[in-house]
Write a protein that binds this ligand. Structure first.
Ligand code: UDP
Ligand code: MG
Length: 160
């Protein structure tokens, strides 16, 4: 009861989703956006963006000590990414399910990585792993004025 009360007081969750440079280069931007759009989440921010090295390092700071960190930073800054902010109740965990396991060979068919990728180092998409990180990452990747508050026409057909 208490966590639900707190969650309702804080409003719906937000998650940061990003098409990584391989997804952009492979022409998968529309396909990936579509998965979240069709599901019924609310798109609040969207841009094509060349990520600077310091931003990539800040975004992935929890992985700084991992051996793959330098290659990860090189990968994320190797070309433009598509940055997205999505909102909805339960959007963080649901988006992680839609994305699939980190290793695309272990990702279920039907998930983005399961359908569209073969290697962990080229797994086409990022999704925040907690509501706290969703907020943190959206604040990191978007400037003020780049997030839209709006009510889509389909809203009454998504929730009773
Ligand atoms: N990564 C990698 N090698 C690994 C683990 C992760 O290259 O052994 C990369 C991969 O692109 C992954 C990202 O680092 O998506 C972040 O890792 P994390 O464990 O947070 O996976 P995710 O949350 O993206 O599924
Ligand atoms: Mg992660």
């Amino acid at each position: 009861f208490l966590p639900r009360l707190v969650a309702s007081m804080e409003g719906p969750e937000e998650t940061y989703i990003m098409v990584k440079p391989d997804g952009v280069q492979r022409g998968l931007v529309g396909e990936i956006i579509s998965r979240f759009e069709k599901k019924g989440f609310l798109l609040k921010g969207l841009k094509l963006f060349q990520c600077p090295k310091d931003l990539a390092e800040e975004h992935y700071k929890d992985l700084k000590e991992r051996p793959f960190f330098p290659k990860l930073i090189e990968y994320i800054t190797s070309g433009p990414v598509v940055c997205m902010a999505w909102e909805g109740a339960g959007v963080v965990a649901s988006a992680r399910k839609l994305i699939g396991a980190t290793n695309p060979l272990q990702a279920e068919p039907g998930t983005i990585r399961g359908d569209l990728a073969v290697q962990t180092g080229r797994n086409v998409v990022h999704g925040s792993d907690s509501p706290e990180n969703g907020k943190r990452e959206i604040a990191l990747w978007f400037k003020e004025g780049e997030i839209c508050e709006w009510v889509p026409a389909q809203a009454p057909w998504l929730r009773e």
